[in-house]
Design a protein around this ligand. Structure first.
Ligand SMILES: Cc1cc2nc3c(=O)[nH]c(=O)nc-3n(C[C@H](O)[C@H](O)[C@H](O)COP(=O)(O)O)c2cc1C
Length: 387
């Protein structure tokens, strides 16, 4: 963000809510920095592609674009919803929007309810369209908001889609959080009905279970973002904000992004997006191979934007786009959907999860290998050994 680098000054005018937004930026930045420096385990490390040395294609033959929520994205990556509501957030959104404009990736913003309730904070959201008038932008709301807010949120941001977040774990961990979670189905349904644009229902880092996705499908939701555990950790953030260990006992609660995708694989009714703990393009490719149509990044891109500003984020996203193309060429995938036919081993704790949840991990390891067209036999392939 260069000269607009956020200073995280304590919020004055907008009170506790604005202070929370700045806390989230500061603490999420700290977590992302620590994740990059450390070697924390990720469930993505327990997924491994089988390498077929003759299976590659020319990278020029790779088409990265995907269709999501009624729009064509130039590649499957997107900047996930993060912030708004303060001066610092405005600077962050300006940097993210500039990067989205230059790279063509869609971007979300943080929950706009702060601006719907206090219009003085609106410029921290409208800055996104100022920077990126033509790009694909999502507005963002909590599931408990009144139906009329769907239209207000979309108009404020000039949004192409509306992200609605389900953040029950975060609410419970926040001192000032809601304890009234029982009405969410009804309010969500009303928001969906009122939204003038496609809706994307998302978690915020604790994952969507198969049951939740079933329920969302029944409510008429066509696109979900599993946003699983493994990256930005709002339990840790809210516990730190509380200053006590209030809900530290919940550490590790929820499903990782890889676990969510394994559960959601093969659905025809709902388009699945992946986010939560994406560290690099290989993690993104693994998500695509597990059936995700798009892959969202929040914490890792926030870290780059805060430390290096918009230009650094442009460089990072362009590098990821190039690496994504190279990885698809290596895996012989002419487009992201073709990755769903690539052999993928599930190991360790992730394999244990599959066993407990009734997911056939061996089928993933023996999908349709590129060599099949040459008439060779793979273990467990149709013409090979029967399992
Ligand atoms: C600073 C920050 C603020 C966030 N605020 C919101 C929000 O207002 N609404 C929302 O749906 N998700 C919010 N998220 C969650 C992200 O969209 C994403 O689901 C989550 O961070 C997991 O992705 P990551 O591991 O790549 O960070 C926020 C994330 C960060 C880092």
């Amino acid at each position: 963000m260069g000269s607009e680098r956020a200073e995280f000054a304590p919020a004055t005018a907008h009170g506790l809510r604005a202070e929370r937004k700045n806390d989230h930026l500061r603490l999420a930045h700290g977590q992302a920095t620590a994740r990059e420096a450390g070697a924390a385990r990720s469930d993505f490390d327990e997924l491994q592609f089988i390498h077929h040395a003759l299976g590659g294609i020319d990278s020029a033959d790779v088409e990265l674009s995907v269709e999501v929520a009624g729009a064509r994205w130039p590649c499957p990556l997107f900047i996930n919803g993060m912030t708004g509501g303060t001066d610092a957030a405005r600077g962050v959104n300006r940097a993210l929007a500039a990067a989205a404009r230059e790279t063509g990736v869609p971007m979300g913003c943080g929950s706009v309810s702060i601006a719907l309730d206090d219009p003085r904070t609106a410029p921290s959201f409208t800055v996104i369209r100022e920077e990126n008038p033509e790009g694909i932008v999502f507005a963002n709301l909590g599931a408990d908001r009144p139906a009329a807010d769907a239209v207000r949120a979309v108009e404020l941001v000039g949004a192409d889609a509306l992200q609605i977040h389900l953040n029950a774990v975060q609410e419970i961990a926040m001192t000032e959080g809601s304890r009234e979670l029982g009405g969410w189905r009804d309010s969500l349904q009303a928001l969906i009905a009122a939204s003038p644009v496609p809706v994307i229902v998302k978690e915020v880092g604790f994952g969507l279970s198969r049951r939740t996705i079933d329920e969302l499908g029944a409510l008429g939701v066509h696109t979900v973002d599993v946003s699983g555990r493994g990256g930005t950790d709002f339990l840790a953030i809210e516990n730190e904000r509380r200053g006590d260990d209030g809900f530290a006992m919940l550490a590790g609660f929820g499903q990782s992004t890889a676990e969510c995708l394994l559960e959601a694989a093969g659905r025809e009714d709902v388009t699945v997006l992946a986010s939560g703990g994406i560290r690099n393009p290989l993690d993104a490719v693994k998500c695509l191979a597990l059936g995700a149509r798009g892959v969202g990044i929040a914490g890792a891109f926030l870290r780059v934007a805060l430390d290096g500003g918009g230009p650094a984020l442009i460089d990072r996203i362009e590098a990821w786009q190039g690496q994504l193309r190279a990885l698809l060429a290596l895996l012989g995938a002419p487009d992201p959907a073709a990755l769903e036919e690539r052999d993928l081993l599930v190991r360790g704790r992730l394999l244990e999860y599959c066993g407990l949840r009734g997911i056939d991990a061996s089928a993933l390891a023996r999908r349709r290998p590129p060599a099949a067209s040459l008439g060779t036999q793979e273990p467990g392939s149709e013409s090979g050994e029967k399992t």
